[in-house]
Design a protein around this ligand. Structure first.
Ligand code: NAP
Length: 245
């Protein structure tokens, strides 16, 4: 069976992507950094509800050595690696005046360096993959890559960085490996759970489809890009029409 690695899959969007890939016939490595019990539950549920296998693998993607160990553990479990989804990410709401260089680095290290580390570690295995259509890397960016955000400049910068990484890697790794991105709008997960009712109302007014996204909406996009054999270097915007590009 082909295999996929989804970073940050213990909850939220990553969990939905891992479940979708398993449903579609892929064994899945469920990466996490802190939520061991949640990641094990995701893996167990996949094992119970699908014909796929899943393993929960702890690794801090911002650490290059741990990213290599993550890929090694995936290949050890399944014997191959065909698709990578760089979904792990962190956010922090703070104005620039109060943002420390250490916090700036922490967000960049996780969101950009993490994707770089895992992709680099996976390259050898992806190049050996015989899957059709070709193997792929999908990076989860954000609508804020285009719009910016006053209280999360480091997050927006990291997500814009991911788009540059995506296009560069798409050229670099062609024709063997496709590399694409997804730029979600507001999706209902732990990351957005702390918004006040007023903030949510204001955000909703900007969304033509009058709804926030669900993790499954992003999983649909990830499944599309996984199977889209003639698409590389592209960003799929999944935002209810909030930003039409
Ligand atoms: P979430 O619910 O906060 O989940 C984040 C996931 O990332 C968790 O599985 C977490 O693992 C993992 N993670 C964090 N730091 C990590 C690290 N250093 N190494 C490995 N895993 C790490 O977030 P989400 O809303 O599902 O977001 C998923 C992705 O979508 C992120 O890249 C986010 O920026 C992006 N996104 C989200 C939205 C939104 O509205 N929710 C919009 C645009 C883009 P633990 O559970 O172990 O901590």
């Amino acid at each position: 069976m082909p295999a996929a690695l989804v970073t940050g899959a213990s909850r939220g969007i990553g969990r939905a992507i891992a479940e979708r890939f398993a449903h579609d016939g892929f064994d899945v490595a469920v990466n996490y950094v802190q939520s061991a019990q949640q990641a094990r539950t995701v893996a167990d549920d996949i094992g119970t509800r699908t014909d796929s296998e899943a393993v929960a693998v702890r690794a801090d993607v911002s650490d290059a050595e741990e990213a290599e160990e993550l890929v090694d553990a995936t290949v050890e479990a399944f014997g191959c690696l065909d698709h990578v989804v760089n979904n792990a990410g962190i956010d922090q709401h703070v104005f620039t005046e109060d943002l420390s260089p250490a916090d700036f680095d922490r967000v960049m290290d996780t969101n950009v360096n993490g994707a770089f580390n895992v992709t680099k570690a996976a390259l050898g295995e992806l190049r050996e993959s015989e899957i059709s259509p070709t193997p792929s890397v999908t990076n989860v960016s954000s609508i804020l890559a285009y719009t910016g955000a006053p209280i999360e400049c480091h997050y927006a910068a990291s997500k814009a960085g991911l788009l540059g990484l995506t296009k560069s890697h798409a050229k670099d790794f062609a024709p063997k490996i496709r590399v694409n991105a997804i730029a979600p709008g507001h999706v209902e997960t732990d990351m957005t759970a702390d918004r006040s009712a007023e903030e949510k109302e204001e955000e909703m007014e900007a969304i033509p489809l009058e709804a926030f996204g669900q993790p499954a909406d992003i999983a649909n996009a990830a499944a599309y890009l996984r199977d889209a054999g003639f698409v590389t270097g592209e960003t799929l915007n999944v935002n209810g029409g909030e930003l039409m590009r």
